[in-house]
Design a protein around this ligand. Structure first.
Ligand code: HEM
Length: 437
């Protein structure tokens, strides 16, 4: 095994020897990782990668400080001196198990995927554009990967390849999630009439090629480096791309609900209804991601999840942030593993995060929110509630199918935990109360 690493180790040693300048051998490292799984990378290779990271971070720091002191001297650094700032975060994700820091954010490479995200205070339409584009890229990449199997040229990871009919179903379901996003951000890529009549019928290969043709070099690198399976089974690719698509969606939802809270306090509070409805729509459009993931072979999942222990979406900060922008979670939930697994989000909630429900109640009692607007905001919130209930039920059914009575990788008892959260509500007061007091 270690022998096969030898050419890559030479390449890395050269790169290290140059003080971390020039092009990092991403392709070689990723190819090796996808051939054996992150959990099984050889010790010598890991030690060398860790050494490269140290060399890189030291030389990066010193190049930054010399650049700032020489910033007035034009052209002071040559091309060979340029250090690629992506290397550090990439190696942090790659070495998470080696460093004993492995968790859900590093498994899903969120730090790499979020590098070029717009600030959370950008307007909701820009945030939705970014979410749409990210989901399109992730799923187009998945389609390309699955089509290689259909064409008889599978790439790693390629253990336990699914049969053709299952792969074709996968392509249709991926397309179904992509269509609404493509209608918004990719002029002419899909036909709105066909989509309305029969969702998921856009030819998957053509759509994926159209999306990938618009990718910048930076986006192509993010796509390639953000897929770091722990093992060698083909279906883990699907699992990671689905998790990442949901994460892109949760980021949009969180930032837009934050904007909705500010809108409720602003000059046109009724406009918050549009934002909350947009959040509900995007979550609804994302539901077929679960059907897509249901095409994962349970036997495959049960094998590779042995090596994902310690990484569970219960650690998803995006999901808990979105939830806690709706209303303040009950103390029992804040003190359960639901929020103890996301300590930073929990602290923000305890510090008094403003929520949609709390602000809605406030502005109604202060007389700031006209009756019609209060009703519109409540209606949008209840739409979101209904979609979220469907999200939880579908997630629960998927978990039953995939793990049955096994415990979760986030140290809960598994399915019983998911059953227990279904009764919880995002907007308990809005559900119980009439629109205006
Ligand atoms: C094979 C598919 C899946 C299975 C078997 C599964 C299983 C579970 C289990 C057992 C838990 C409880 C925590 C634990 O011990 O791990 C959990 C929590 C959670 N999962 Fe999944 N899950 C799956 C797919 C997904 C996907 C695609 C997402 C989307 C990001 C997701 C999001 C979540 C979230 C947000 C929680 C925390 C829920 C809460 O605390 O209320 N899961 N999942």
């Amino acid at each position: 095994m270690e022998e096969t690493d030898a050419p890559l180790r030479h390449e890395l040693s050269d790169w290290c020897g140059s003080g971390g300048t020039g092009e990092f051998p991403y392709d070689g490292v990723i190819d090796r990782l996808r051939a054996v799984g992150k959990h099984f990378l050889g010790e010598e290779l890991l030690l060398l990668l860790a050494e490269c990271r140290t060399v890189f971070s030291e030389s990066f720091k010193s190049s930054e400080s010399s650049e700032s002191s020489e910033s007035s001297e034009a052209g002071s650094s040559s091309r060979e001196d340029i250090r690629d700032p992506f290397v550090g975060p990439f190696l942090d994700v790659l070495l998470d198990k080696f460093d004993d820091r492995y968790d859900y954010p590093s498994y899903t490479a969120l730090a790499l995927l979020r590098r070029d995200a717009p600030g959370s205070r950008s307007g909701w339409e820009e945030l939705r554009r970014h979410r749409d584009r990210t989901v399109l890229m992730l799923l187009a990449d998945l389609i390309r990967f699955e089509r290689l199997v259909l064409d008889g040229t599978p790439r790693d990871p390629q253990g336990m390849l699914p049969a053709g009919p299952l792969l074709n179903k996968r392509l249709r379901l991926a397309t179904r999630v992509m269509e609404p996003a493509a209608l918004r951000v990719l002029d002419g890529a899909v036909d709105p009439v066909t989509v309305a009549a029969t969702p998921g019928r856009t030819p998957a290969g053509e759509l994926a090629d159209t999306v990938l043709a618009t990718a910048t070099a930076g986006e192509r690198r993010v796509l390639r480096t953000s897929l770091q399976p722990v093992y060698v089974l083909h279906d883990e690719y699907l699992f990671l791309r689905v998790l990442q698509s949901f994460e892109a969606t949760f980021s949009f939802m969180s930032a837009t609900l934050d904007e909705a809270v500010r809108t409720l306090r602003g000059e046109q509070p009724g406009e918050a209804a549009t934002l909350i409805a947009a959040v509900a729509d995007v979550l609804r459009e994302s539901l077929p991601l679960f059907s897509l993931l249901a095409t994962m072979q349970p036997e495959s999942f049960q094998l590779f999840r042995q090596f994902t222990d310690g990484a569970s979406a219960i650690q998803s900060e995006g999901y808990k942030t979105f939830e806690s922008y709706c209303s303040t979670p009950a103390q029992a939930r804040l003190d359960s593993s639901a929020f103890l697994s996301v300590p930073d989000v929990r602290s923000e909630v305890l510090a008094g995060r403003e929520t949609v429900q709390g602000t809605w109640e406030d502005v109604i009692s202060s007389g700031w929110l006209p009756e019609r607007d209060a009703a519109a905001v409540r209606a949008a919130a209840l739409q979101l509630e209904a979609v979220h209930q469907r999200w939880k039920q579908t997630h629960y059914r998927l978990a039953v199918r995939m793990i049955g009575t096994r415990t979760g990788t986030g140290s809960t008892e598994g399915v019983p935990y998911l059953a227990s959260v279904i009764s919880q509500r995002l907007f308990p007061a809005m559900e119980q109360q009439p629109a205006v007091g």
